[in-house]
Design a protein around this ligand. Structure first.
Ligand code: ASP
Length: 469
């Protein structure tokens, strides 16, 4: 780093020193990663986010520090002053960046002791996931997990830089809002000022991003938190992050080109892999016929590591057998194909939507559509899926009204960033790329959420909880 505004308590990080520093007096801060007593010598490894440095305490050179070092245990936080020395021949560790030197300690300050950790902070840790998540702050001290968050940070930087350069504006949309249907249940938040009324947490920023188009933002993006109360599956989180995009005065080709260039950049910068663009496209019906799936895995056996494909030409509606009604294949804001407008009521099964999914290795990475921007057409769609006029006004009146004030043609897409990160990090589970994830049962082992609340809070909210017998 060329310019730093910081002084810091240390002179060097624990990953910084090498043979060029021999002879320097340095100050290091970090955690005790290990302690070994060799006869009269005490060795410790000191760890911070940058790396590990070996420190040696020698009775005659280290003075008081030597005595204090006898009290050191794993995960104590310490600050020490010492002299950088080359390691004696035969003790060089080529696997460590700092493996050619060690620091002979002269002063030691214990900044904070630590309880005995419930598991050792090692890379090849064999401990239950529940324990790892309960002590996530210790788990995050492991390089492998920590690196996943550096990866997320770098991904966000890339995405922002690319989209900013393409003229996008990053906007936030409300978290306390009204239901935005994406096919899941809402998480509801009661409201003290209006007992009996509830906010819904957004399943996606869909309606707000469309309204931002009406406002003239033209190109919007957000790294958006979304909340969906879905039946739990192994790799699902009740809250997740998506890259949410919307643009005006565009068509499908613009969304494809933007996405392909963005993903090409991401894979090049992060994985050093050149993915070929444009991505192939496959019709929904063809994917069903050939792969019996709308998420085809186009990897040819070990030839390609990353096979992207657009699935296009989806039906606009699907029939819900249980409830005996039509519902939207994507969401009700998807525009019908121009040539299928007359099929909406007459033959809903034949109408196609202007929507697309991006699939990577058989996994849905994102989905989007060109939207309806006209209230009459939007009302027709609502009607087919069984939302009557009154209900439309109650749930989506604000959107229909906004469409009346010069809504431009628009469309967009959203990509699940947790899944993308798991792929980029080579992790099997998205929990590995989320700082404080919940278990597959929706429980947070660290905080114990969700948990009961005080009777007083319930009274203020005008709520009563039916106790299970
Ligand atoms: N709102 C959609 C979703 O969250 C994405 C989109 O249509 O842009 O899946």
């Amino acid at each position: 780093m060329e310019f730093s505004v910081f002084n810091m308590l240390y002179t060097h990080t624990c990953g910084q020193l090498n043979v060029n520093d021999v002879g320097k007096e340095v100050i290091l801060c970090g955690w005790v990663a290990s302690r070994r007593d060799h006869g009269k010598l005490i060795f410790i490894d000191i760890r911070d986010r940058y790396g590990i440095t070996q420190v040696v305490f020698i009775p005659q050179d280290s003075g008081q520090a030597y005595k204090k070092a006898q009290d050191l245990r794993s995960e104590f936080v310490i600050k020490l002053k010492g002299i950088v020395n080359p390691r004696p021949a035969g003790t060089v560790n080529p696997r460590l960046g700092t493996g050619q030197i060690e620091v002979t300690a002269k002063e030691l300050e214990i900044l904070n002791p630590s309880l005995t950790p419930p598991f050792e902070i090692t890379e090849d840790l064999e401990v239950s996931e529940e324990a790892r998540l309960k002590y996530r702050y210790l788990d995050l001290r492991r390089k492998k997990i920590f690196n996943n968050f550096i990866l997320r940070h770098n991904l966000y930087r890339l995405i922002r830089a690319f989209l900013n350069q393409q003229g996008f504006i990053e906007c936030e949309t409300p978290i306390l809002t009204k239901s935005t249907p994406e096919g899941a249940r809402d998480y509801l938040v009661p409201c003290r000022m209006n007992p009996g009324a509830f906010y819904a947490l957004p399943q996606s920023p869909q309606l707000f991003k469309q309204i931002l188009m009406v406002s003239g933002i033209e190109k919007y993006y957000q790294l958006a938190k979304c909340f969906r109360d879905e039946d739990l599956r192994a790799d699902r989180q009740p809250e997740f992050t998506q890259l949410d995009l919307e643009m005006s005065f565009i068509n499908e080709e613009d969304v494809f080109s933007l996405t392909e260039n963005l993903f090409q950049l991401i894979f090049k910068e992060i994985k050093g892999i050149e993915v070929k663009i444009p991505f192939p496209r496959i019709k929904f019906s063809e994917a069903q016929a050939k792969f019996a799936s709308d998420k085809p895995d186009l990897r040819k056996e070990l030839a390609t590591d990353f096979a992207f494909v657009w699935v296009v030409d989806f039906p606009l509606f699907k029939y819900n057998q249980e409830e005996k009604r039509w519902e939207s294949e994507h969401h009700p804001f998807t525009a019908p194909a121009a040539e299928d407008l007359d099929k909406i009521e007459a033959a809903p099964d034949k109408a196609r939507g202007r929507c697309y999914d991006l699939v990577l290795n058989g996994m849905e990475l994102g989905s989007g559509s060109i939207r309806i921007h006209n209230s009459e057409l939007q009302e027709r769609i609502f009607k087919v899926i069984g939302i009557n006029k009154e209900e439309q006004a109650k749930r989506f009146g604000f959107l229909l009204e906004a469409f009346g004030f010069g809504a431009p043609p628009h469309g967009g897409v959203a990509f699940g960033l947790d899944r993308l990160l798991a792929v980029l990090a080579g992790e099997a589970s998205i929990r590995e790329v989320i700082t404080f994830p919940k278990t597959s049962a929706g429980f947070c082992p660290l905080t114990g959420a969700p948990s009961e609340v005080d009777d007083r809070q319930l009274r203020e909210l005008g709520l009563a909880v039916k106790k299970k017998k």
